[in-house]
Write a protein that binds this ligand. Structure first.
Ligand SMILES: O=P(O)(O)OC[C@H]1O[C@](O)(CO)[C@@H](O)[C@@H]1O
Length: 528
């Protein structure tokens, strides 16, 4: 296509949202009108199903749940007065609590103010708050946030070491919808021990965000934690950023949560329009479908050209891949659906993997996220008449062009500024696009059965570890791996047993390995 035709295509397909100053450009996706027409029936169904979902239909049939994250930013849409009240009341509670903490009305026993937050959670209970903190927290927030989002002891130590002199003024958020996920539980227990180590009563510092009656909820209530905020069963973890999960940490950092909700609501309104061309989420879903033939054949590379948005790709990784990565479709047919997502930020990635994008295997489509405002204030000139922001903008245009010239498609999302409204809008846009795409390919985008398999396997390993230790305690003489396996009634588990004892031996857990490390079969295992 020549430059004139491309310019025309750009104008024909450009979506612009006036209220948000938001643009979506899908002109560099090479679909034609016939393709759009062919998807129209699928979109008709997607629009109808989405409307039903918003009215409270059981859109997550496997878990028998409603899917209501859209109600969080417009409570009047929630299907019952009780739900509507709950949404309004929780938001009010969050704002009142955050204000009191920030102004010292609620303060720790031995300090005038809370200065820091440790936020403990994983997956949807971490990625949104991490993304939003990076994107929107002021340079000098009233409370500085630190995240424990794993069961990595060294990672936990790092945070606790940084905070060892300010633990007495650090508020702990424990975020877990189910209240039973092992990683946040481990983090919470370790952090609790650190407080006890400084003679601080953890309950005076801890806040739970979880579902009613979960183990975490019960613990928080029985120990009299500072506060608890609810997670609802109709909000999935990966769409929970605009529930208490994201709003509590955001409000504590002085991020305008009302504006985030406002931006999301405006985007929700825009993505409720039943016309593909006038609906930015439909345009995204259409582009994804086109790129990967509705089978996820191409990866989504997300390139925000703004440092503060660098966690957007990680956030989207869960939203897209946990939602769309499914073995079975809604009819029980094996489909192996999904779209792989990765990315970091431009132009940094130009000096990392863009080489492959431009010239290597063409198994992706790019999404550029462009921010019109370079910085708050005037930029100095780097060269006569040129700023670093001009460079960044040029790099984006250049990479987009270079990819297109080599038959690599791209989408460009443009926002005027990184602010609470535009971030709320981006979150809402992708939530809806994922919902539409799930519908187009006929999968349940709201469950995650695959994650359970890994969790069960991990639990089995921990049970096996207990058995192995019992065998070693009973036997008292060095044993081969084979002997341990037989005595533990786990003859088919020699390799996991080897990994268990090697890990214990590496961590001063009283296990000794004799023999050549490179020949695991020769090892004798005993307790020291
Ligand atoms: O908030 P929870 O219940 O601790 O779950 C954390 C994450 O674990 C998952 O259930 C599975 O990884 C995610 O969907 C969720 O965001």
């Amino acid at each position: 296509m020549d430059a004139t035709a491309l310019w025309q295509r750009y104008q024909d397909w450009l979506y612009y949202h006036e209220g948000l100053g938001f643009y979506l450009d899908i002109s560099r996706m090479r679909f034609d009108d016939a393709f759009v027409e062919s998807l129209q029936p699928k979109f008709d169904k997607a629009f109808t199903d989405m409307a039903e979902l918003e009215k409270g239909a059981i859109a997550n049939p496997d878990e028998n749940r409603m899917v209501g994250h859209y109600w969080l930013r417009n409570h009047t849409l929630a299907p019952t007065p009780e739900l509507q009240d709950e949404i309004v009341n929780t938001l009010e509670q969050i704002e009142v609590f955050a204000e009191k903490v920030k102004t010292g009305g609620i303060h720790p026993p031995r300090a005038q103010r809370f200065t820091d937050i440790i936020s403990i959670g994983i997956g949807g209970s971490a990625l949104g708050p991490e993304f939003v903190a990076e994107a929107l927290a002021p340079d000098f927030p009233p409370l500085k946030i630190h995240f424990i989002d794993n069961s990595d002891p060294a990672g936990i130590d790092r945070i606790l070491t940084h905070l060892r002199n300010s633990l007495a003024s650090t508020l702990v958020l424990v975020i877990s919808k189910s209240g039973g996920t092992p990683e946040p539980r481990n983090g919470m227990i370790e952090v609790k021990k650190a407080y006890a180590g400084q003679n601080l009563d953890f309950a005076n510092y801890a806040v739970a965000i979880t579902s009613a009656d979960s183990n975490l909820d019960k613990l928080a209530k029985s120990e009299g934690w500072m506060a608890t905020f609810p997670m609802y069963d109709w909000v999935g973890g990966r769409t929970s950023e605009l529930s208490a999960v994201g709003l509590v940490p955001a409000a504590l950092q002085d991020i305008d949560v009302q504006k985030m909700l406002e931006g999301a609501k405006e985007m929700d309104d825009a993505t409720r329009i039943n016309d593909i061309k006038k609906n930015p989420a439909a345009l995204l879903a259409l582009s994804w479908y086109y790129a990967g033939n509705g089978r996820g054949e191409k990866d989504m590379v997300v390139l925000p050209y703004k440092d503060s948005l660098c966690l957007f790709s990680r956030y989207l990784q869960q939203l897209v891949m946990e939602s769309l990565g499914k073995e079975k479709d809604l009819d029980g047919k094996t489909v192996y659906q999904g779209i792989a997502v990765y990315g970091n930020k431009g132009s940094t990635d130009q000096h990392a993997y863009v080489q492959q994008l431009r010239e290597g295997v063409a198994n992706f489509f790019a999404t550029f996220i462009e921010v019109l405002e370079d910085r708050n204030g005037v930029s100095p000139e780097i060269d006569p008449g040129v700023t670093s922001g001009d460079y960044l903008s040029g790099f984006l245009q250049g990479t987009r062009q270079a990819l297109y010239d080599n038959h690599r498609d791209s989408i460009t999302v443009t926002i005027p500024q990184v602010n609470p409204r535009t971030v709320g809008a981006l979150i809402a846009l992708y939530e809806r696009a994922v919902g539409f795409y799930g519908n187009l390919v006929n999968i349940n985008a709201y469950h995650q059965p695959g994650v359970e398999a890994g969790k069960k396997a991990a639990a089995t390993i921990l049970d096996l570890q207990k058995q192995v230790v019992e065998v070693l305690q009973t036997e008292k003489t060095p044993l081969s791996l084979q002997e341990i396996a037989e005595k533990a009634n786990a003859s088919d588990q020699i390799e996991p047993i080897y990994k268990i004892v090697r890990h214990l031996a590496a961590n001063q857990r009283g296990v000794v390995l004799d023999g050549h490390p490179g020949e695991p079969g020769s090892l004798k295992v005993s307790l020291s």
